[in-house]
Design a protein around this ligand. Structure first.
Ligand code: GRF
Length: 224
């Protein structure tokens, strides 16, 4: 039976779309049982509805505190039988109640190479800092923001004169590849977590590493 996942989103939902597309292409063996949005204007809702996926709009503004809001989400998620909670641009901090309810079963994608540039402006902060490589991280969620054990990362090079928008677009392209891939690894029981160390069965090192090369940007000249 396909793993039942829920996607929680607050905005555009391009990651949700990549997950929907991976299911449609038959490369991700999961059922998106529910999409929850905390904003009624989230485009993610339209994407889900177009794909025939059940949605719930749960507005955080209608609850007296974070615990009450999370309790409402927990109820819907349990009702729908969701086994994995996928955060995809969900802009609310989750309470310990939520995280303990789904312990080890919540994943998130962050647009930076964690543990650098945590928080809501990962890409802009990295560009402002002057790093040469940006990227994205898929990680398990624990009670500290952007802190959980890392499952996968992609490195995205960019030039100093490129705008945040250009870098963001490039990072998103990689998000849309690694997030569905990680979900498929989880769906097929291949991800094992041991404290901060996460291993995925039957995947070797990336080719670039096994060939003795490292991804460096800008490219090094001969002799260096
Ligand atoms: C992505 O950059 C993701 O890394 C971050 O929020 C953004 C969501 O984008 N957590 P989208 O709504 O999936 O297009």
């Amino acid at each position: 039976m396909a793993l039942k996942i829920a996607v929680l989103a607050s905005g555009s939902g391009s990651n949700l779309q990549s997950i929907i597309d991976a299911v449609t292409r038959g490369v991700l063996h999961a059922e998106i049982a529910l999409v929850i949005c905390n904003r009624s204007d989230a485009f993610a809702l339209e994407r889900a509805q177009k794909a025939g996926i059940p949605t719930a709009t749960i507005l955080h503004t209608e609850y007296k505190d974070r615990e009450a809001f999370d309790a409402a989400m927990i109820e819907q998620l349990q009702c729908a039988g969701c086994e994995l909670i996928v955060l995809a641009g969900f802009m609310r901090l989750l309470t310990p109640l939520f995280i303990q309810t789904f312990a080890g079963k919540i994943v998130n994608i962050h647009p930076a190479l964690l543990p650098s540039f945590k928080g809501t402006h990962g890409i802009a902060d990295a560009v402002e800092y002057g790093v040469k490589l940006a990227g994205c991280t898929v990680h398990f969620v624990d009670e500290i923001m952007d802190n959980g054990a890392i499952i996968a990362q992609a490195v995205v090079p960019f030039a100093p004169n490129e705008s945040v928008d250009v870098v963001q677009k490039r990072v998103l392209e990689f998000e849309h590849r690694i997030y569905p891939q990680v979900l498929q690894w989880i769906a097929t029981g291949r991800v094992q977590q041991n404290g901060r160390k996460v291993s995925v069965q039957d995947t070797g090192l990336p080719k670039a590493l096994t060939n003795g090369h490292f991804l460096v940007s800008p490219q090094l000249e001969d002799g260096f």
